[in-house]
Design a protein around this ligand. Sequence first.
Ligand SMILES: [Zn+2]
Length: 324
Amino acid sequence: MMHHKIVVSIPIILALGLLLVGCSVHNRLTDSTNLPPTPTSTPMPSPTPEPLIFDGERAYLWVQKQCDLGYRITGSEANRLAGDLILAELQAQGWSTAEQPFTYRATPVRNLLAWKGEGTQAILLGAHYDTRRAADMEDPAVPVMGANDGASGVAVLLELARVLDWRASGSRIYLAFFDAEDNGRLDGWDWIVGSTYMAEHWGELGEPPLKAMVLLDMVGDADQQLYYEGNSNAALQQHLWNLAAQLGYDDRFVAEQRHTMLDDHIPFLQRGIDAVDIIDFDYPYWHTTQDTPDKISAESLKAVGYTMQAWLENTTAHDTPPQP
Ligand SMILES: [Zn+2]
């Protein structure tokens, strides 16, 4: 059920179909309701996929599916299965994929990358899919389930992979799934190991330069407040928060700085890329045994996912989000 796009064929004449190429999703919808009378010649059926809108409930299912695998600790079987699940879904949605394996402190690490589209510039959306091996804010003998800290960002990216009209973006779109973000300070591990590796090696396989990078981390809290993050690119951050407000999410996207994070956006910022960390760090279950799917809401996942969709598809203020 998660793996099938709903495609509705709308018969329109070929010439009109060509005229509409390049219009936004919303323009296509509007124009198709105002078709001129059909000419006398036989109309050419031209299938037009129905515009897809980010679905918070579907995203929530991805949180659940990841947590059902267990603790996705770097180097573990559950981590490997989570990576395989992500790759399978991306491929089912027609994305090109690549794996980026390497070894860190004798532990196998695997970043995942997916892309669609053409262009000489690219935009990267990222999230980490590993989970912390010790809930050291509460009980270090127990790992973190990571429903919010890990699974939420991945869930938004996987639902975006289903709905995104990448053609409207004018850029190649990359989705990155970082491994080994979250064992920092445990047995001498660094934070952000996977993203650091990906940023260092960006372009080696012909990837176009990045004009922007947005990180989604801890974006699923049912009690959601997304503040400006202190290391993020200020202009891009303001742009995204303004867009979220135009979409009706100004109660969730608070345009005030609150936290400053060492997170997976840092290696990209250090390479001169405009990068933003969308993170809700006011989460009482952070690095505890209580970071579980019952703390997550579909509405919160949707607020972030739909904002990302609107940004990448260049839709503007007059578009309002459909009700969840
Ligand atoms: Zn964490």
